[in-house]
Design a protein around this ligand. Structure first.
Ligand code: PLP
Length: 360
């Protein structure tokens, strides 16, 4: 018997989480380094007995700590179960529209999924050939805008002047700026909050704060936007942030200098790795993130992907995305890991050159 009323939706396809010993995992842009010692100490000190109670509704301490970190007010923050939670709620809270919401054709793949899931009309705007977005494409009537800056999976950062031009042209709709990777060389739109009450910024603890497995993210905006998204949160899951996450995220914010150092180290490794790949003739986009989008030379992306996978090196390959089917997205690991990755890439390129040139 056919069951009626079932939802049919094409889901977001997340990067795989292989359980393999001694792998080098560079497929989901996780942090190369572990959480700060203060976070691990907070985890060890956590009172498990407290778990019989529900977690807090307000995350007052965490919001206050974030407010101090960013020079804002606690009332400008909303906390979620990862920034996916915040972004998903933002689609519900801010895009009640019949006019399409705009985002680039190449960006975080979840936006399209949420738009479809929540029946939000949307339009994907093609990026230029160099994978940057055109300001004028976003200066038109629309139901809202979402831009990732720096963008994923391209890694490209676009100037705050461009973001401001988009905000200025669209005072009547919400403009979301997803800053998941901003601390790897981008510049935050936080300084525009005072001037643009329609700006909503999302952040995550998964990348710069090395807590992807914990699931904490947050949104920052005017008190008006925060009160709307808080209401949506209370309409779905008021206890969306568990007590352990709240305690550990707070410890992370209080030990932020540890993370600043880790991010600097990752950026140094990224720039070294990028220059090595350029020497091999690879095409690369400039990256302000903890990953690189690269187009291999000498060897096809799919071949290199398979070669690396055989060596237990996991990177991301997007064969179904026409514009980047010849590219690979490689997260930046520790320096020693990236040295192994480089050696493996060179091996693959050499094998390919030997095969194509044939025996002497
Ligand atoms: C651009 C972007 N936004 C948001 C997220 C979601 O991050 P999380 O839910 O782990 O906070 C990701 C994760 O990869 C991302 O790449």
């Amino acid at each position: 018997m056919e069951i009626k009323g079932l939802r049919n939706i094409e889901p977001y396809v997340a990067g795989i989480q292989p359980k393999v010993d001694n792998m080098i995992k560079l497929n989901t842009n996780e942090n190369a380094y572990g959480p700060s010692p203060a976070v691990l100490a907070a985890l060890a000190a956590f009172d498990g007995n407290g778990l019989r109670r529900y977690s807090s509704l307000e995350q007052a301490d965490l919001r206050q700590a974030l407010a101090e970190q960013h020079g804002l007010e606690a009332g400008q923050f909303v906390i979620g179960n990862g920034s996916d939670d915040i972004l998903s709620m933002a689609f519900l809270a801010f895009f009640q529209t019949e006019t399409p919401v705009l985002f680039p054709d190449l960006t975080y793949g979840f936006y399209k999924v949420w738009a479809q899931l929540y029946c939000v009309p949307y339009e994907e705007i093609p990026l230029r050939d160099d994978f940057s977005w055109r300001v004028t494409d976003y200066q038109r009537e629309c139901g809202g805008i979402i831009l990732t800056n720096p963008n994923a999976p391209t890694g490209r950062f676009q100037s705050l002047d461009d973001i401001e031009a988009v905000l200025k042209a669209n005072p009547q709709v919400v403009v979301i700026v997803d800053e998941a990777y901003v601390n790897f060389g981008g510049q935050s739109a936080l300084c525009l909050l005072d001037s643009y009450p329609n700006l909503f910024i999302t952040r995550t603890f998964s990348k710069d704060a090395s807590l992807a497995g914990l699931r904490v993210g947050y949104g920052i905006g005017s008190k008006q936007l925060i009160s709307v998204i808080q209401a949506v949160r209370n309409a779905i899951n008021p206890y969306n942030v568990d007590a352990i996450s709240e305690a550990l995220a707070l410890a992370a914010v209080k030990d932020w200098s540890y993370y600043q150092q880790a991010c600097r180290t990752i950026m140094e490794t990224r720039d070294w790795f990028a220059s090595e790949l350029r020497e091999l003739g690879f095409e690369l986009l400039p990256s302000a993130t903890n990953f690189l989008l690269v187009k291999p030379s000498l060897v096809e992306a799919q071949k290199l992907f398979a070669h690396l996978e055989k060596e237990k090196i996991y990177v991301r390959y997007f064969p179904s995305q026409e514009r980047i089917k010849d590219w690979l997205r490689i997260s930046i690991g520790r320096q020693d890991e990236m040295e192994s990755v480089l050696a493996s890439i060179k091996e693959c390129c050499n094998e390919q050159t030997n095969t194509t040139s044939g025996p002497a």
